[in-house]
Design a protein around this ligand. Sequence first.
Ligand code: ADP
Ligand code: MG
Length: 142
Amino acid sequence: MALQRTLCIIKPDAMEAGKSGAIVARLQEEGFSVKGMRQLHLSRAQAEGFYDVHRERPFFGELVEFMSRGPIVVVALEAENAIEKYREVIGATNPADAAEGTIRKLYGTDVGENAVHGSDAPETAAKEIGYFFAGCDVRPSA
Ligand code: ADP
Ligand code: MG
């Protein structure tokens, strides 16, 4: 398995709880390298654009409201098998179902406010990293 990239977003709930530093430190301890990182505050339109794939889901309005309510940190991560490995480290979507010690178990509140985002496939990871980082910010993989 070659080096792969994935997008982490530290969501507003984890930011409000002051957990961004702990989350980035944990990810580095788990072997991810940070290829890009910035803090921003999404507008509703920017949050809608990012989550366009969920537009028809019943929780879309709630999700957009949540993701635009305060600052987030977006982190482009790289590791061997990064997408699957990262999803193991963050745990299930609903923190109540997440394994002990995972980031969502430690810092998430409920199925909506679950502390972090993670990409689900190489194509979506590339699209999501491109949504937040210009090519000159995050260089293409070697
Ligand atoms: P994941 O983030 O684990 O990939 P999904 O892609 O299914 O999960 O959903 C995207 C995000 O939408 C979740 O991380 C969560 O913030 C929110 N979400 C998912 N399901 C629900 C739900 N049933 N009610 C409220 N918000 C939800
Ligand atoms: Mg998803």
